[in-house]
Design a protein around this ligand. Structure first.
Ligand code: ADP
Ligand code: 5GP
Length: 209
């Protein structure tokens, strides 16, 4: 009975989308373009993190920036669907972050790391899993360095995590789609193509309401 209920719940609205892949692969860049082109179709699941905001990032929009104490208290209370330690900081998706988007009948996008992917697989969220990969480690390192957001230590940690991510993402069945973000326009086209069915569902719902 419980499984049937879970399935019904998952089928009630549009399927969420999980975007994962190494830091610096281009997830945020692709996501911003998608949300701009499809205004009123996607909603971003705003995660919590203990890392500091980067220039231009906004609290409540890019992340909820919190202390370890606050984050841990939320986890202990059961407020999070998943949480992980990445590159020396805590990150997590709260239940409220996803519910806020789903309440507006939008396609919920989660930008999460590999541990998050594995943990979401144990829930009844039923998302489409998309991995964004860089063309090579060398290109990834250049993108991360050129972005100028990381200290040398953070950069090295991210590169180490990227190596693991690039290996695991080859696991058959883990992702529905793996996109290599070499040429941005081509990668964006691939992302849009794999989401077109869900996008059309939302458009049809909006037209009939
Ligand atoms: P992520 O969100 O996965 O950490 P970003 O979207 O921040 O990655 O991208 C990392 C850097 O690489 C950014 O400075 C971005 O402008 C750049 N970038 C993203 N995609 C491409 C691409 N296809 N070609 C060249 N640079 C890119
Ligand atoms: P950044 O510090 O570059 O914004 O994010 C670092 C990594 O943390 C990225 O791989 C990103 O996908 C991941 N991340 C962001 N939010 C979450 C989250 O809520 N949960 C998990 N598991 N990972 C997250």
């Amino acid at each position: 009975m419980r499984d049937l209920f879970a399935t019904e719940k998952a089928m009630a609205g549009p399927r969420p989308v999980v975007l994962s892949g190494p830091s610096g692969a281009g997830k945020s860049t692709l996501l911003k373009r998608l949300m701009k082109e499809y205004d009123g179709v996607f909603g971003f699941s705003v995660s919590h993190t203990t890392r500091n905001p980067r220039p231009g990032e906004e609290n409540g929009k890019d992340y909820h920036y919190v202390t370890r104490e606050v984050m841990q208290a939320g986890i202990d209370k059961g407020d999070f669907i998943e949480n992980a330690e990445f590159s020396g900081n805590m990150y997590g998706t709260s239940k409220a972050a996803v519910q806020d988007v789903q309440a507006k009948n939008l396609i919920c996008i989660l930008d999460i790391d590999m541990q998050g992917v594995k943990n979401i697989k144990r829930t009844d969220l039923n998302p489409i899993y998309v991995s964004i990969q860089p063309p090579s480690m060398a290109v990834l390192e250049k993108r991360l360095r050129d972005r100028k957001t990381e200290s040398e230590e953070s950069l090295q940690r991210r590169l180490r995590a990227a190596k693991v991510d690039m290996e695991i993402s080859k696991e058959p069945g883990l992702f529905d789609v793996v996109i290599v973000n070499d040429n941005l326009d081509l990668a964006y086209g691939q992302l849009r193509d794999c989401l077109v069915e869900e996008i059309n569902k939302i458009k049809r719902t909006n037209m009939s309401s």
